[in-house]
Write a protein that binds this ligand. Sequence first.
Ligand code: BTN
Length: 331
Amino acid sequence: MTVKPQSLALQRQLIQQLADGKLHSGEALAQQAGISRAAIARHIDQLGQLGLDIYAISGQGYRLAQPLQLLDLAQMKRWQHVDAPEIWLQHLTDSTNSQLLKRLQDQQPMQKGQVLVAEAQSAGRGRRGNQWFSPFGSNLYFSMYWQLEQGIQAAMGLSLLVGIVIAELIEQQYQAQVALKWPNDIYADQKKLGGILVELSGQSHAHCDLIIGIGLNILMPVQGKQQISQGFTDLQSQCACAIDRNQLVPMLQQRLISKLQQFEKTGFAPFAEAFNQRNQFAGQQVQLTGGAEPNVGICLGVDEQGGLLLQQANGVRSFYGGELSLRARSV
Ligand code: BTN
């Protein structure tokens, strides 16, 4: 969806007014915005298209299904270390990964660890060309720039490491149980909680630029059920505590930076056990698709390079490659 800049500013103002979850009359909203009630109705309709659950109560006004905590740079800064790389915030963007990739292509400077988050994505991207449903204000759409001196071959282990960082953060901060599905899915309660999309730019042998994209369901609006084909869950359903996205973003940035720095020194090997402890399909018969032919075996976890270990009739084999997917096989 394309939204004009002046509409964007107006919508931001409307969302700020509605964020308290209380009922606001169309007349009051129109007065504050200096536009007609019909124009307010049109903007509310557009906000619904951004994935916000807004109830229009006849003769009374509008209210959100639940109060919304908006992302706020000043609040995020309070949780950042003084020397932490900058966090950028966009209200609505096509895709946070695409935005950072574009900066790389345009040779605009970026600092390792620099982050872009958005309240909504109009063209959020998942793995294997899938769309990533990105409703406004409820989830996390996070992309971070990194550069690997070791070159492209190290990126496989890196994306698994990102999953481990997210799992540890959720377990420690929100006391929720998380599992990891090789290579890039975050699971809770047997359902998808989030996903990772690591994209590379440049073919250099000396170093490669990476955009680490993370989508994490925090409080999925009702529309999610119609838009997402596979079983999903959100963090709020998995933990009893309140989730402050303005705290979560800088914490995730900090933990990623620190673990990625460690990874640069040691490679993936010291992290393999952390993945295997959370392996969603441990000991199950699985089918690996996406290669020339499907491979079946018992899922043993990952090896020291991050390859998937399958126990097959003729022994244990490792599988690599970013575009493979793993499905539990019915026997
Ligand atoms: C998956 O398919 O599981 C990966 C989903 C990755 C989604 C995130 S949201 C932030 C970043 N921007 C995108 O367009 N995609 C990633």
